[in-house]
Every structure is written in C-alpha cells, then in structure tokens.
Unconditional design. Structure first.
Length: 363
C-alpha cells in the first residue's frame, strides 16, 4: 500500500535506502510467512490452528493502525527499526526451536511485523528523493512475487532451517539500511470516505488470507510439492504486479465500478469449493490476482484523495485485515468441520456485493 504525503528533507541517498530496506524486509518476511502455514501442516496442526495463526497474523494491523493515528517521529522510528531487529532474533530462534516453540514464535513474529508496514507507509512522504511510494511498492512487490517459488525450491531440496537463515540475513540488511523518517505534516480529512466502496478491500483480504492459510496447507496435505505450491503463490504476486502496472494506463472510471470489478474477479475462487485441484486454484489465483490489484490501486487512490495518510492507512488495514482474518480463520474452521463446499459459499459473497453496487450505484 502507498499513500501520498508531504515530503521533508533528509539525506540524498535515503530514497535508495528505503528501497533496499523494504526489499530486505519483504524478502525476510515473505520467506518466513510462506513457510509458516506449510510448517504448521508438516508438524501436524489442524486447519483450525493454522487458521488461528492467519488470524493472529492480521489482527495487529488494524490495532496498530489505530494507535498510529496519533503517531509522532519517535513512534515512526521505533516502528521501522524495532521490528527488523526483533525479527532478526526471532528468525534465529526459529532455526533452533521451530518444532518446540513453533506457536509462540509464530505469534510473536506476526505481532511484531505489523508496525513496520504501518510506520513505513505513514513515513513515505517524509523521505527525501523522488518516487518513494513506487520504490516502496517495488521493494515489497519483488519478494512477494519471487520469495514463494524460491523458498519452495529450498524447502523441496533442503529444509526449513535454510529459510530461517535467509530471513535472518534479510532482516539484518533491512535494519542496517533502514532510513529515518522526517517530519510528518498534519492533515484534516478532505471529504468523507464512503465505507461501502472499501468493502472491495475486505474481499481482497479475504482471498489473501484464504490463499496463504487455507490453500497452502491443503495443497500440501494432498501431496503437492513445495515447488509447485511456491509457484502458485508466486503467480499470485506476479499477476497482481502486472495489474498494478496496467492500471496506470486505464481509463478513469467511478470508484463504484472499480470496487465492483475487483469483487467480481475474486468470485471464481468459489470454483475451488466444487473442484479442488491445481487447475481451479491457478484460475482463481490469476483472476483474483487482478482483482486484488484493482482494489489495492484504485480503491487506495480513492482513500488517499479523501483522507490524510494516517487515516488512509487505518482504513486500509481495517478492511483488508478483517478480510484476511475471515479468509484464514473462518474458512479453515469451515473447511475442517463442514468441507470444501463452504469455499463455494464464502466466495459468492463478493458477487452479491458487486451486484448491489451496480444496481444501487452509490455516489
């Protein structure tokens, strides 16, 4: 996510440091987060427990975003550096104790990582240099697309320990290159944000929680290789990235239209509830990847034009994070106790939302 804010003077190379630090953090976190659901399945935890881990991974975001509505320089600096240092230590703990203390280590890591994203997003406009939002987006977008397939290969030929070491090194690099935020100007809300349009972010989060904390362990339980699972998750990141690029050249439509399109593209995920196989998963990933990119670009632009950066981050984290929690915890519980048909039912809800937008046409 990236929202425009006012820039403040800083070191000339801070923009480059921002990219390197974001790339390093993204490499460490996406490697770790890809491995966690698979490791939970490998250890023998139920889908319910895996869903709880997905819930815990997303719950801190709206909470921290609410806290950061009153943030100043010190909170922003702590939020960008402490998670990197803490995750470095936790990665080392994972290396030695991941089977013994898997649950507490995962919970701590999930809570600690949230402030980094929020503090960095709020700080973007305070850094000197040009196109900082783009550098930030590229910094996390590259590992989001590449880390799963690379970690899938590593898991297939080696093991989880190597993943933890890679994450530790990445977090160290991120800490060493982390730029200091500058002064953030205060804004007031420009115009009311209509929450109905933000529901597309909820469905984007719904799919994201589902693909990471339901599909990953389910595919592994069905004997699918780590490499293929990593390829599928990387495909999601690649398609979303392509969507971000293409949307820069599309005609500007009403926000209600973009929200409806985003939701409609996520609906085909319901097919997995009828035919759970590699092909339906790939179809869902491609279509939903584009749907998520629509929501994460056009809806976020709508938020940015209506709110100051702190409120914008709060709106995004609340709607996307709530969707992520539902897509992971609720769907894992339903899958374990009812079956895959619940996937079909859950992912028909974006269709109802899209139809209501097209019929009501709220302004």
């Amino acid at each position: 996510m990236c929202l425009p804010v006012v820039r403040a003077k800083s070191a000339p190379r801070v923009s480059l440091y921002l990219f390197i630090s974001t790339l390093a953090f993204g490499s460490g976190w996406f490697s770790l987060s890809f491995a966690i659901p698979l490791l939970a399945q490998n250890i023998g935890y139920s889908y319910v427990v895996i869903g709880i881990l997905g819930f815990v991974a997303s719950l801190p975001f709206p909470v921290v975003a609410l806290i950061y509505l009153k943030s100043g320089y010190r909170m922003l600096r702590y939020g960008t550096i402490i998670p990197l240092l803490s995750l470095t230590v936790l990665s080392l703990f994972f290396y030695f104790f991941y089977r013994t203390y898997f649950i507490p280590l995962t919970i701590i890591a999930s809570v600690i990582q949230a402030p980094w994203w929020i503090a960095t997003e709020i700080s973007l406009g305070t850094f000197d240099g040009s196109r900082n939002a783009e550098k930030y987006s590229a910094g996390w977008g590259i590992p989001n697309a590449l880390a799963p397939i690379l970690m899938g290969v590593i898991l297939q030929i080696s093991g989880y320990e190597i993943v933890f070491l890679i994450s530790m090194v990445a977090f160290i690099i991120g800490a060493l290159t982390s730029p200091r935020p500058g002064k953030l100007d205060t804004y007031s809300e420009q115009k009311p944000v209509k929450r109905i349009f933000l529901l597309s972010l909820f469905f984007a989060g719904l799919f994201s929680g589902f693909i990471y904390f339901v599909i990953e362990p389910v595919l592994r339980a069905h004997g699918i290789s780590y490499i293929l699972i990593g390829g599928i998750i990387s495909l999601y990141g690649v398609v979303a990235a392509i969507g971000y690029i293409l949307l820069n050249y599309t005609k500007d439509w009403k926000i209600s239209t973009y929200s409806a399109i985003s939701a409609i593209l996520i609906v085909p995920t319901a097919l997995i509830g009828i035919m759970l196989n590699i092909y339906t998963v790939i179809i869902a990933v491609i279509l939903a990847g584009f749907g998520v990119s629509v929501s994460m670009s056009k809806v976020l632009s709508y938020i940015a034009s209506s709110s100051d950066v702190k409120r914008g981050v709060f709106f995004y984290e609340t709607f996307f994070g709530t969707g992520f929690m539902v897509g992971s915890l609720l769907q894992d519980v339903l899958y374990q106790y009812v079956g895959k048909v619940t996937i079909f039912i859950l992912f028909l809800t974006p269709l109802a939302y899209a139809i209501s937008l097209l019929i009501i046409r709220p302004r």
